[in-house]
Design a binder for this molecule. Structure first.
Ligand code: ZN
Length: 333
């Protein structure tokens, strides 16, 4: 059975920015490129614009735009084989044309959006459809997990931005948020929330992973978590594919299959699982899920359908061309 497969997180845009990298050919570097996405059976890929800490805060906006330019240049080289998803209509078109690579442009860390609502809206016009509020640090929207004990929740501005993102049909991503911010996000969001790349803290107690209460709260809010292939989030020692499969089984038993998805974090991780070292090995994960007793229907849900549902309940039917009516400063800084 062929599944429509969605990966909710990768950092491959950094490779797009490298001079000798060609996304459309198989590369010896990196973990994702077009031929290997095809081999792995990925139909829809989220591409994150990740602004490196050294650019924050003052150069965050210009760095995000720089990365975006590389993203656009890459896609333009093969328009016939890609669908850039900005609306529910385009999502439906993508599902009907699974041979085309569907792409969502995402932002990892909200710093570029901090200055004004106009900036948020221009990102919307450029096609941004998923926003992770923080990376590991604190920004004006919220605290990331790296802040540690005593981390705060969403700021007033953070809450305001979440409401705007929801109104514009941009998915809000709670990966990297500190716990209080995670709960604030669920309370503030009017649409289902994504956690694009994290695993279960019960099996691997890393602060980036979600604990039992968070997973149950995510389920109650109809959110989806993309399980990630980063060894440090899978096991404290000797991460393997089997141990990653344990996370799928644990979360399915606890909160149900409907909250599960994929968020590989490929090209954002320096270590990989031996059995899942790049995206072309994804069929090993499907085979593993089958071995662990998931039905074909459940595997289809995990591999992509749950993420498609989340996207469909977030995206607008058509583009919002009247975003100027929201234009004004944030009420709080
Ligand atoms: Zn990340």
């Amino acid at each position: 059975m062929k599944f429509y497969t969605v990966d909710a997180h990768c950092d491959t845009v950094h490779l797009f920015a490298q001079e000798h990298y060609n996304f459309w050919q198989e590369n010896t570097c990196g973990q994702i490129d077009y031929p290997r996405l095809k081999q792995g059976g990925v139909n829809l890929q989220f591409f994150a614009l990740f602004v490196e800490p050294e650019y924050k805060p003052f150069l965050a906006l210009s760095r995000a735009l720089q990365l975006m330019e590389h993203f656009f240049c890459t896609l333009e080289k093969n328009k016939a084989n890609t669908i850039f998803i900005k609306t529910k209509k385009e999502l439906q078109e993508a599902v009907q044309n699974p041979h085309k690579l569907a792409v969502i442009m995402a932002l990892e860390g909200g710093e570029p959006l901090e200055s004004s609502k106009e900036i948020l809206h221009i990102f919307y016009r450029l096609g941004l459809r998923s926003v992770g509020l923080t990376w590991n640090q604190r920004n004006q929207l919220a605290d990331g997990v790296g802040v540690g004990k005593g981390a705060s929740g969403l700021t007033k501005m953070g809450k305001e931005i979440v409401k705007h993102l929801n109104r514009l049909g941009i998915v809000v991503d709670g990966a990297h948020l500190a716990k209080r911010g995670f709960y604030d996000l669920l309370e503030t969001a009017t649409k289902p929330v994504l956690v694009s790349h994290a695993n279960a803290a019960a099996l691997c107690p890393h602060p980036r992973n979600l604990d039992k209460e968070q997973l149950l709260a995510l389920k109650a809010h109809k959110g989806v978590v993309g399980l990630t292939f980063y060894p440090d989030f899978i096991a404290e020692k000797e991460a393997t594919l089997e141990k990653l499969l344990d996370h799928f089984c644990y979360i399915a038993d606890l909160a149900g299959v409907e909250i599960l998805g994929l968020g590989s974090d490929f090209d954002g991780i320096e270590k990989v699982l031996p059995e899942l070292s790049n995206v072309s090995h994804l069929p090993a994960l499907t085979a593993g899920l089958r071995r662990r007793g998931f039905s074909e229907k459940e595997i289809a849900a995990i591999m992509g359908e749950n993420m498609l549902k989340l996207l469909s309940s977030n995206l607008l039917e058509e583009e919002e061309n009247d975003s100027c009516r929201f234009t004004s400063s944030y009420t709080s800084k």
